[in-house]
Design a protein around this ligand. Sequence first.
Ligand code: UD1
Length: 368
Amino acid sequence: MKVLSVVGARPNFMKVAPIHRALRSEGLESRILHTGQHYDEQMSDIFFRQLEMPEPDVYLGIGSGTHAQQTARIMMAFEKVLEEEAPDLVLVVGDVNSTVACTLVATKLHIPVAHVEAGLRSGDRRMPEEINRVVTDSISELLFVTEESGVDNLRSEGVPDDKVFFVGNVMIDSLVFFREKAAQTSILEDVNVEPGSYVAMTMHRPSNVDHEEGLTALLETIEQIGASYPIVFPMHPRTRNRFAEFGLQDRLEDVQNLTVLEPLGYLEFLRLMEHAGVVVTDSGGIQEETTFLQVPCLTLRENTERPITVEQGTNELLSLDPDVVSQRVEDWMLGEKPEGRIPKLWDGKAAQRIVKHLQERYAQVPTA
Ligand code: UD1
């Protein structure tokens, strides 16, 4: 059995790494295709090295563009690859443009698609990732789900139960596997912060950073938090570009206590997150990672496709209101921390379960 796994953007790499490992250890043929949606050292290459993944077998070099351009370029290039590679199964993860583009192409060529991290729904169709999730799930053959809300969502959309498998969370597989190695990085010493004393921040959603009003509110939030606590902010290129575009760069540089970094590698970020007093983010994956690590997390969004992180984990949603956010950071830093528990099947073994299901589903039935 030959499986072609697709990666495109940063949050895909740590999801495919454990699946690739599990496929290989079962003696299945695992090939990796990188669309090149993310392409530079800090957004892509460093992850392959740190996650101990081989160089991609196929690299499409798609790069940046509008959603339509990116999606269309991936589709055209992927169609050619599928004709040459002829995999038995295409495996896609997450909700980025590469996920939906490759799912459309494979499905139309009658190659089954397995979607890992299926069923998540924010209910917000203005979010590009939500469109990608809905479309991918509606045409994939196998749907591997991280939390029980995903099973409910798929059922209510009419997906037959025999396509849906609740297997746990492959992103947590990577976290468990690499946690010790992350502990050996020197990131806390490099930025000169003590465990528990600082706020780790990431922010890149278009809804927060693409409009001047939102970005100004983010800056005010940073100023207010920075008045009391050190902030370490590895900045996504989208956000960096917007600060420059809206002329807010100088004001950002004036914030005391703020360390802005290039995007960090997987291991450095894991250690930074694990020892933060509070994490402030708008990421999807970080809500899950902080839940597993039981680190307090404020997610500056109106909704989440990962409700278990709020119901069981240490995550809380807040809108981007500087007074409210900085007050909650203050409360949590002073000790009223949210308590959480680790969700079911977030145990480091999700990829093994996925591979077992694939083997059962696609096992060769001997002919009489
Ligand atoms: C994409 C995903 C999002 C994910 C995020 C994580 C979609 C719709 N969005 O958003 O779900 O949470 O990745 O990072 O697929 N850039 C670089 N270097 C790179 C990659 C991008 O400088 O390696 C720049 C691009 O030129 C662009 C900006 O970053 O200006 C945004 O990149 P893009 O791929 O459009 O989407 P993300 O915002 O990263």
